[in-house]
Design a binder for this molecule. Structure first.
Ligand code: 4AD
Ligand code: MG
Length: 463
């Protein structure tokens, strides 16, 4: 007897009339005369398989069939048949039904068949993957990771695993989580006033990384085209729908690449990912469109069909000032509200804002000829805002060194990074893409907490 997945059945890899075995969970059960009809899912796709149980034919568990409720796990053997019902294409005429796991107390099962809000589902994050909506999001998330790796491989990029524990602060603007093996209770009991990091595990104060970029640059200066994909950490006190304390970032870095080539590459990559996922997970995307009220395929197609509009930061400020925003200070980055105005109302398109003032961007960005701006880029999508942030890097030793001093950076900790400019320096560029923001855009789920399995946010590290 072959064990098959429900995806195999709907992909027509199983012939009608074949006797097969399926394993999965019950969505619902209905009874009619001597028959029970069980909708079963197994995670392989959104589809259910309808199991038809003629109760008198089931050898084991005959009487227990009538106790089956949502959430039971089953192993079913039967013959695959065309469905007579109008909604399904297939059904399984069962010859045997084995109950593997029961629901002890169906009335108190937190994921009953009724509709649950996404907010409620966050409270049961360990059970929410059992819902259709989180199931769809999870399949899409996994496929996107696969498509990212396959795109970059096709483009000649190598994966580099950058460290999680670090001593460098790449993005000065984000607060870092500090990592230590010191027993703080013991320290307090001893009445110590300060922490001696020399005695700590690494002999120096360490943090969880906010970005692997600086390490990635070291490899770009030898393998030429590299990327990293991993968790990054920011002690963001914000409670927006776009921020997590632990999020996954794709970082891409390449030598002999300038800002405009970098912008082009980021657009090409997004178009590839949108096209692939629209083709490969159409059913989940259509389902999510219905659930979220967003026409996802249209949204993806619009991006694929149009070109991202590039605008200079200073022109953006002029646009904002001419309209209803009064942006007096150029020392701030564009706010979320302004981002949405630009993409949804002014340009009615995705945009790249480039060449920001150097005062609002990190020390590593290449300083432009005007001495005031840097070769930066932020890619903004309508409804979402910033999804990609990157720049050409400053490859000139004296200029970056001077900039670090001006920005008050402790150069001593970055000597290794400066070596990249001392020895065979090369123009190079890279960007970071917030993976949860990408998944949120593609699934129509408005809050990034609903597209990562166990979200970590301020005051929330449960599960
Ligand atoms: O713009 P950011 O801070 O850029 C960097 O970290 C660079 N070192 C990347 C690079 O050039 N290699 O972050 C990159 C992206 C943002 O555009 C955003 O999509 C996402 O990471 N991001 C977050 N996503 C979820 N939660 C947060 N708290 C995020 N902070 C940034
Ligand atoms: Mg940014």
């Amino acid at each position: 007897m072959t064990l098959v997945s429900i995806a195999d059945i709907f992909d027509r890899k199983v012939h009608l009339g074949e006797e097969i075995k399926v394993q999965g969970w019950v969505k619902s059960r209905r009874d009619y005369k001597g028959f029970s009809f069980i909708d079963m899912y197994d995670g392989s796709c959104l589809n259910f398989l309808q199991i038809i149980v003629r109760r008198e034919l089931v050898q084991n568990y005959q009487t227990e069939i009538l106790s089956i409720t949502t959430g039971f796990s089953l192993e079913v053997t039967g013959v695959l048949s065309p469905s007579i019902g109008k909604d399904q294409k297939f059904e399984l005429l069962s010859t045997d039904v084995k109950i593997i796991g029961k629901i002890k107390n169906p009335e108190s099962y937190p994921i009953s068949i009724k509709k649950h809000s996404v907010e409620y589902l966050r409270e049961v994050a360990h059970l929410r993957p059992r819902t259709n909506i989180i199931g769809s999001v999870s399949r899409i998330r996994s496929d996107l990771i696969y498509f990212i790796h396959s795109f970059l491989r096709k483009e000649g990029y190598f994966l580099v695993s950058t460290p999680i524990i670090t001593t460098v602060d790449t993005e000065k603007s984000s607060k870092m989580f500090f990592v230590s093996s010191i027993d703080l209770d013991e320290l307090l009991a001893k009445g110590s006033e300060e922490i001696d990091f020399d005695k700590d595990f690494f002999g120096i104060k360490t943090f969880l990384t906010v970005s692997g970029q600086l390490n990635l640059e070291a490899y770009a200066c030898s393998l030429r085209k590299v990327y990293s994909f991993g968790p990054t950490f920011r002690a963001e006190p914000s409670t927006t729908m776009k921020h997590l304390a632990e999020f996954w970032m794709l970082e891409v870095e390449a030598s002999f690449l300038n800002l405009s080539e970098l912008i082009e590459f980021s657009e090409k990559m997004l178009k590839y990912l949108f096209r692939k996922i629209a083709d490969y997970r159409k059913q989940d995307l259509l389902f999510l469109s219905k659930k979220t009220g967003t026409n996802i395929l249209k949204r993806l197609d619009q991006f694929i069909q149009s070109d991202v509009i590039q605008v200079e930061y200073y022109d953006v400020i002029k646009i904002l000032n001419k309209k209803r925003f009064n942006v007096k200070s150029l020392e701030k980055d564009i706010s979320s509200e302004q981002e949405r105005y630009l993409t949804e109302r002014y340009f009615k398109n995705s945009i790249v804002i480039k060449n920001h003032p150097k005062s609002i961007k990190p020390f590593y960005m290449k300083i432009n000829k005007d001495q005031k701006t840097v070769a930066s880029m932020d890619l903004l999508l309508p409804k979402l805002g910033e999804i990609v942030g990157g720049s050409q890097r400053e490859e000139n030793f004296s200029i970056i060194h001077q900039n670090m001093i001006e920005k008050g950076i402790n150069v001593k900790n970055y000597e290794w990074y400066l070596d990249l400019r001392r020895y065979g320096t090369v123009p190079h560029s890279g960007f970071g893409l917030g993976f949860e923001r990408l998944v949120s855009y593609i699934t129509g789920m408005k809050n990034v907490r609903d597209v990562i399995p166990f979200p970590r946010t301020m005051r929330n590290a449960r599960f």
